[in-house]
Design a protein. Structure first.
Length: 113
């Protein structure tokens, strides 16, 4: 049951050409992304990889970094403690209303402490 009609071959050929063009475009865009053409995600991933490779990986450097972090945390804790004490001192130093002087009668009678 083949069609011997030459008119039906032309639309089939044009559909085939369109399909081939779409496939070629898709393959081209995939190749561009693989080469790093316009992929933003690939650029970000490459940046992170460069940072990792650029970072020192010796044990001594890691120990020094950890000690520096610990010292910074200790200084921050000391600073926070000092600020807390300073806040307490300032609260104690707030101005209070003066008490009226005791009356002479109260003082003589011993009613005033």
């Amino acid at each position: 049951m083949t069609d011997d009609n030459p008119g039906s071959a032309a639309p089939e050929a044009s559909r085939l050409e369109e399909r081939i063009e779409r496939i070629e475009d898709a393959v081209g865009s995939i190749l561009e992304r693989l080469k790093g053409g316009s992929g933003e995600a690939h650029k970000d991933a490459a940046e992170v990889t460069r940072e990792r490779l650029g970072a020192s990986s010796t044990v001594a450097d890691e120990v020094e970094a950890e000690l520096a972090r610990r010292d910074a945390a200790a200084k921050q804790a000391e600073r926070d403690e000092r600020l807390g004490k300073l806040g307490e001192t300032v609260a104690k130093l707030t101005e209070k209303t003066p008490q009226p002087p005791p009356r002479r009668v109260e003082r003589v009678m011993g009613w005033h402490g």
